[in-house]
Design a protein around this ligand. Structure first.
Ligand code: GLC
Length: 561
């Protein structure tokens, strides 16, 4: 019998990037004790769950997504005692904690890999994906790694190549091996017994590789369609169902899988509760709407029609499963720069984006700093970027002969470091309350104006708007259960939708324009019957069915039927 209940449906998750959240011991790196110190802040916002990016032992080639020991906490972040304290103090405030687990790959410093690479006949030989070279000595196929270069690395100890979908130092685990799978399940049970409330499962759709390891069409490199032999592979659902039976079903937890290259139909297979796999997944379709010739690193602006089509497709397609809702995370630029207007309407557009997302069906995720409308970071030089993905992309663009202005612009718009600068707790101190010493990555020059202290002092800040969105979600069942319906298909500036149950109705109207725009409701919606629950403007104007919307205006209307 499964122990799972559905608390995660009513929850709002806040993502903490521990390295950049709050540094309690003044070594320039955020830590677990630093999170404990700020629990009251998170409680005030009203969130229910904290997702911690990986805190395990790691050489930090990819900021913790390269785990070298699943059973130890990275001393940079603290130790198990600190994690226990965090769990206790969070639980006291009714906040749950989920950990980020990376089980598609480990670090090349993990003892399994150190053994595996030695020979073909030790206990760990088959824990990773090893292939013989082609007769001419070259790599087994043409797959490219996500962070650049071939996805295969030669190892003389075995005269073979190993697969790494990400950095060379992140060898992919061999999920075909039942012993490896059991080792992972054991480790998962260890942390759940320790008291954590669930997992965010990194690139989980990549676990099952096609065993014929086909070449990928070379023209697909930029969209990472080389994952053709990797994403949603032949045994993925079998593995996740096994994971559910061996681990998840025994605890009342939340699971969210990161699933690159997954469409709605496939996502339903992961999240349909009757299939016993995951509670929800992170889809990427709305993250791909502004890709250019180098894929993610582009200066292309999204089209509102694409955003509407994609989000609506997911809202409708996962009726039977469950959606995660997000604008930003540690891998994405800041939402207000990307989808809003960071110059003239930063606050209005940040509130509008929050409104649009939080009233949808699914579990909303807030990435640290999003709740104060943080924007992308204007680094003065390319040298200031630290992230392994960004460095790889800069190299790639330089090699392709791209001009430096474009490279700078694309990095400003898309680098993961935009999300990774220290969280500014105030605008005054040298390092803005994050640390007393120079942080591992530069603070954003914008911290002086965009910081938590100021947000808390201003009743009209983005913070308090997010707090109200969270309250609405808690007080109106229609936000959790209501059926979604897009009502502004053809409007070029406005994204409006309804949510409906037998008892209640919600109407959400959001403008994506930096000008005043008119918007007319369809005949069947009688606005007079609705009450205004929340707006990002003090005065809302409508005459009968006609709205005169301010730049980036966002309104939520409600009615009991
Ligand atoms: C996921 C993580 C990302 C990491 C990658 C490899 O996409 O979110 O930060 O670099 O997996 O583990």
């Amino acid at each position: 019998m499964s122990k799972q209940s559905n608390w995660w449906k009513n929850s709002i998750v806040y993502q903490v990037y521990p390295k950049s959240f709050n540094d309690s011991n003044n070594d320039g790196v955020g830590d677990i004790k630093g999170i404990v110190q700020k629990l009251d802040y998170l409680d005030k916002l009203g969130i229910d769950v904290i997702w911690l990016n990986p805190i395990f032992q790691s050489p930090m080639v990819d900021n913790g997504y390269d785990i070298s020991d699943y059973y130890e906490i990275n001393p940079l972040f603290g130790d198990k005692k600190d994690l226990k304290e965090l769990l206790e103090k969070a639980h006291k405030r009714k906040i749950k904690i989920i950990l980020d687990l990376v089980v598609n790959h480990t670090s090349d410093q993990h003892k399994w890999f150190l053994e595996s690479k030695k020979s073909k006949d030790n206990k760990y030989s088959d824990y990773y994906i090893w292939k013989n070279p082609k007769p001419d000595g070259s790599a087994p196929n043409n797959w490219e790694a996500s962070f650049g270069g071939s996805a295969w690395e030669y190892c003389s100890g075995r005269d073979q190549y190993y697969l790494h979908c990400f950095a060379t130092q992140q060898p992919d685990l061999n999920w075909e091996n039942p012993e490896l799978r059991e080792s992972i399940y054991q480790m998962m049970r260890y942390w759940l017994d320790f008291g954590v409330d669930g997992f965010r499962l990194d690139v989980i759709s990549l676990l099952s590789k096609r065993q014929d390891f086909p070449d990928s069409p070379p023209e697909d490199t930029n969209t990472k369609n080389y994952y053709i032999g990797v994403s949603n592979g032949p045994r993925i659902h079998e593995f996740l169902n096994e994971m559910y039976n061996e681990v998840f079903s025994k605890y009342d937890i939340m699971t969210v899988g990161e699933t690159p290259n997954t469409n709605v139909k496939q996502a339903l297979l992961y999240t349909d509760p009757s299939r016993d796999e995951l509670n929800m997944v992170f889809q990427f379709d709305h993250m791909h709407i502004d890709y250019g010739k180098y894929g993610k690193f582009s200066d292309v602006r999204f089209k509102l029609s694409d955003l509407k089509n994609i989000l609506s497709n997911w809202q409708e397609g996962l009726e039977k499963g469950w959606n995660s809702l997000y604008w930003s995370n540690h891998d994405q630029p800041r939402a207000v720069t990307r989808f809003g207007n960071e110059n003239n309407y930063r606050i209005e557009s940040a509130k509008m984006l929050g409104t649009l997302l939080h009233m949808m069906k699914g579990t909303p995720f807030i990435f640290q700093g999003e709740e104060i409308g943080m924007k992308n970071v204007p680094f003065s030089s390319l040298k200031e970027y630290k992230d392994v993905e960004t460095l790889g992309e800069i190299e790639k663009m330089k090699k392709a002969g791209e001009n430096i202005k474009f490279i700078k612009e694309a990095s400003y718009l898309k680098s993961r470091d935009n999300a990774r600068t220290p969280l500014p707790w105030n605008g005054d101190d040298l390092y803005h309350g994050f640390s007393d010493v120079e942080p591992w990555i530069q603070n954003s020059p914008d911290d002086i104006n965009i910081n938590i202290k100021d947000a808390l002092l201003d009743e009209n800040s983005v913070f308090y708007h997010y707090q109200k969105l969270i309250e609405i979600r808690k007080n109106y069942d229609v936000v959790i259960e209501g059926k979604y319906k897009l009502i502004s298909q053809s409007d070029s500036d406005v994204y409006a939708y309804m949510r409906e149950t037998d008892e209640e109705e919600l109407l959400v109207v959001c403008s994506f324009s930096d000008k005043k725009v008119n918007y007319t409701l369809s005949k069947d919606i009688n606005i007079e019957k609705f009450e205004l629950l929340l707006s990002n403007y003090p005065n809302v104007t409508y005459f009968s069915k006609h709205f005169l919307l301010n730049p980036y205006e966002a309104n939520i209307y409600y009615r009991k039927k």
